[in-house]
Design a protein around this ligand. Sequence first.
Ligand code: HEC
Length: 122
Amino acid sequence: MKSTRAIVLAATIATCAWGATAAEQAAIERGNAHYLLFCANCHGVDADGQGPLASVLKITPTDLRNLRAGGGDELVAERVLKAVDQRHEVPSPEGPRMPLFSDNLEVKTIIEIGEYLKTVQR
Ligand code: HEC
C-alpha cells in the first residue's frame, strides 16, 4: 500500500513538473476515475478502443488516443463533449451508437473526462 502511494505521489509530482497545476492535476485524476467507470468498458482502460465490450459491439469503439488528429486540445474536448452528448454526426442507419450519457453526466464530469483524455493523446 505504502509503495503504491509513493508511486502515485511520484507520478503526480512528475506531472506537475510538466506544467499542470495541482487543481488541473486533480481534475485529470477525477476525469480518469470517471473514464474508468463510464467509458473503459468499450474504449479500454488505456483508451485504445479495446475494452472488454468491444468484441460484442457491432461498431468498433474509437481509439480515443487519436482524437487530436489535425487539431489541438480544443478538438479533443469538443469531440468528447459531442460524442457523450450524442451530437456528433457519425452517419449510421441504426442511429446513435454510443449510449446516451448527457442526461446522466454533469457537464463538469464530461469536461474532466476530456481533460484526462487530453493526457493520453499520441
Ligand atoms: C457501449 C460502448 C461505449 C461506451 C460505454 C462509450 N462509448 Fe464512446 N464510442 C463507442 C463507439 C462504438 C464509438 C464509435 C461510433 C461512434 O462514433 O458513435 C464511440 C465513439 C466515441 C468517440 C469518437 C467521436 C468522434 O469524434 O469520432 C468519443 C470521443 C467517445 N466515444 C467518447 C466516449 C466517452 C468519453 C465515454 C464515457 C463517458 C464513452 N465514449 C463511452 C462506444 C462506447
